[in-house]
Design a protein around this ligand. Structure first.
Ligand SMILES: [Zn+2]
Ligand SMILES: [Zn+2]
Length: 131
């Protein structure tokens, strides 16, 4: 009989704890909702469009915008784009390295061809010297 009593007590305790957890979770949900509310509205100052379903994250300012303000030039990142394009124009690293690579490749093929020719010449030499 005593065991049954303790069992019911534990059950009650669990219920009580669950309820408290539920209350806490509700608060957390509300907090999260507030946080996401801020995050799901277009970052453009005069815009109240929601960006929950579809948002454009700007790679220059890392802020989220609705489809109409997603372009960097529209929400004020135009300067950053121009700077980035200028940097790419002044330092075309990728293109340069590719050109260097192809040049090296040509040199290597030419060297290999020469080596092959030299080897052929060396192979022919003993035959000629024998006769
Ligand atoms: Zn931006
Ligand atoms: Zn917007």
């Amino acid at each position: 009989m005593t065991s049954t009593v303790t069992q019911t007590k534990t059950k009650l305790k669990i219920k009580d704890r669950d309820l408290k957890e539920a209350v806490n979770a509700k608060d957390l949900d509300e907090v999260l909702q507030k946080v996401t509310d801020v995050d799901t509205i277009c970052h453009f100052t005069k815009c109240k469009n929601r960006t929950k379903d579809f948002a454009i994250q700007c790679k220059y300012c890392n802020k989220r915008f609705c489809t109409s303000h997603g372009l960097p030039e529209i929400h004020g990142c135009g300067e950053a784009v121009r700077r980035d394009e200028k940097r790419k124009f002044l330092h075309p690293d990728v293109k340069l390295s590719q050109e260097k690579h192809s040049q090296a490749q040509t040199k290597l093929t030419m060297k290999l061809k020469q080596m092959q020719l030299e080897r052929k010449a060396k192979q022919n030499l003993p035959n000629k010297s024998k006769k």
